[in-house]
Design a protein around this ligand. Structure first.
Ligand code: BES
Ligand code: MN
Ligand code: ZN
Length: 508
């Protein structure tokens, strides 16, 4: 989608479709009145019969006439002024995207000034442009070309009559485009089928990403992993014909500074292994590398935005399969940390590969470590599809992550990590067992990880309920959601700002 910002009078701008946000329960703005007059009172009549009064979730499309330069006018309900947030704007924009899509309109213009008085124009513009792009995403790599299928939106013009608004909007456009590229990369990877995305495939994508952005990519194959002693990761991988990889991506945006490490669970397909999953919905387990996709997407966006921070992405990539060579329930693995693990359920594989990645992270002297994983079905039971679970060992880190989630609309909700839960992981024959029984499944999984996240600040984000959507909702089309990219970019952007403030303040 080509997006431009234009300083132009709305009433003189020629476009197939002019989009205008309308706030509920407020008198019509001067612009809306002018348009209504030109349209002989159509908008007023729609309001009189309660067909459209600016309620959230509603739109009104009217065709223009010779008195207007736009061919159509799309009014988008923004809801009540005091309930308006960046998130409600993203949702309104998604609704507009659907309206345009259904009508096969490929070019439109948005009136910036009427968007809201509650948010700075740049914030409102960013939310709108982000919502529109995110909603317009489709995964069509395996569909034959079809002229009947509506094409995605090709052109969006943001209209404003003020100079500062234009400057703010231009920055907002660049920012949202970078972030959306990250989200789209994550969604593409999650939507890719299991037969295509082997661990080697993920490593190749990472190598390409590094070449494109100037990052550094290092890949450890099976032999290197054996040499180093990644026993837990190799245990999970041994049942698959596809060899595992440990993918490392380094982005350097700051001078000598310890890196923030992002770890993503990269199980390209989770059959459960010998503890085989039931057949129903097993196809969805191609999304079990969504954490890895989030890490790649975040690094891409961070590099495009040139965030002044150092980042290291670590992705343990494996396939969890049953076979004559697969891990058995009862097997004991020696992890990279030296701790032994009794594997009582081969379907609790994510924590095994993450354990070794968390131990490996220690070598890079991290500033902090955040892991993102589709780790437990229990997380879906606890929070459904509206929030990811948040656990960890550092209050400030968790608080800042949760705040970032509120800002960008990718919400997190904390669960306790009290030491009592750790008792469920005691084994008679090894240092730990890999399952803690049915109670508090998301917490015991995190308690397991905590044994390996030593000596650094650590947060764990369980995205089992948010990484994948069966049905389209708001600005998230069905399939992979890319959840976590906007969260981490919001978090990291704010982290950079804090660091910069601290630097300027410490200067004489
Ligand atoms: N990848 C799954 C978790 C999952 C479930 C993600 C549903 C997304 C949607 C994970 O590897 C798994 O199988 N977890 C088991 C753990 C259990 C055996 C302790 C689970 O949650 O059932
Ligand atoms: Mn599993
Ligand atoms: Zn899994």
């Amino acid at each position: 989608m080509e997006i431009s910002v234009l300083q132009d009078s709305v009433l003189d701008h020629a476009t197939p479709c002019l989009m205008l946000g309308v706030v509920a329960g407020k008198p019509a703005t001067p612009l809306l009145q002018q348009l209504d007059e030109a349209l002989d009172g159509v908008i007023g009549r729609a309001a009189d019969c309660r067909e459209f009064c600016g309620e959230a979730g509603r739109t009104l499309l009217v065709h223009g006439n010779r008195r207007l330069t736009c061919e159509r006018l799309l009014l988008v309900g923004l809801g009540k002024e005091k309930e308006m947030t960046a998130e409600s704007l993203r949702r309104a924009a998604a609704l507009a995207a659907t309206a345009l899509h259904e009508r096969r309109l490929q070019s439109c213009a948005l009136v910036l000034n009427d968007l809201t008085s509650r948010l700075p124009v740049a914030v409102a513009a960013e939310a709108w442009v982000e919502g529109l792009q995110l909603a317009d995403y489709r995964f069509q790599n395996y569909l034959a070309a079809d002229p009947q299928r509506p094409a995605p939106l090709a052109r969006l013009t943001l209209l404003t009559d003020s100079d500062p608004a234009a400057v703010g909007a231009k920055q907002a456009v660049l920012r949202s485009q970078a972030v959306c590229r990250g989200v789209f990369l994550a969604r593409d990877l999650v939507n890719e089928p299991g037969n295509v995305k082997s661990p080697a495939f993920l490593a190749e994508r990472a190598t390409e990403l590094a070449a494109e952005t100037g990052m550094e990519c290092t890949v450890l194959g099976r032999e290197a992993l054996e040499r180093e002693g990644f026993g837990a990761l190799l245990g999970v991988a041994q049942g698959s014909l596809r060899e595992p990889r440990l993918i490392r991506l380094d982005y350097r945006g700051a001078a000598d500074e310890r890196p923030v490490i992002l770890i993503g669970k990269g199980v390209v397909f989770d059959s459960g292994g010998i503890s085989l999953k039931p057949g129903e919905n097993m196809d969805q387990m191609k999304m079990d590398m969504a954490g890895a996709a989030t890490v790649f997407g975040t690094l891409l966006a961070a590099a495009l935005l040139r965030l002044p921070v150092n980042l290291t992405g670590l992705v343990p990539a494996v396939e969890n399969m049953p076979s004559g060579n697969a891990l058995r329930p009862g097997d004991i693995l020696t992890s990279l940390s030296g701790k032994t693990i009794e594997v009582l359920n081969t379907d609790a594989e994510g924590r095994l590969i993450l354990a070794d990645a968390l131990s490996y992270a220690q070598r890079f002297k991290p500033r902090e470590v955040i892991d993102v994983a589709t780790l437990t079905g229990a997380c879906v039971i606890a929070l459904g599809h509206h929030a990811a679970a948040l656990l960890g060992n550092h209050r400030g880190l968790l608080r800042r992550l949760q705040q970032a989630g509120e800002i960008c609309g990718e919400r997190l909700w904390p669960l306790p990590l009290w030491k009592e839960y750790g008792q469920q992981l005691k084994s008679e024959v090894a240092d730990l067992k890999n399952i803690g029984g049915r109670p508090a499944g998301t917490i015991t999984a995190a308690a397991f990880l905590e044994h390996f996240a030593r000596d650094y600040r650590w947060a764990h984000i369980d995205i089992a309920g948010t990484a994948w959507q069966e049905k389209t909702a708001d600005y998230r089309p069905a399939g992979g959601t890319g959840f976590g990219v906007r969260l981490l970019i919001t978090y990291l952007s704010r982290l950079c700002r804090v660091t910069e403030n601290a630097l300027t303040q410490s200067r004489p």
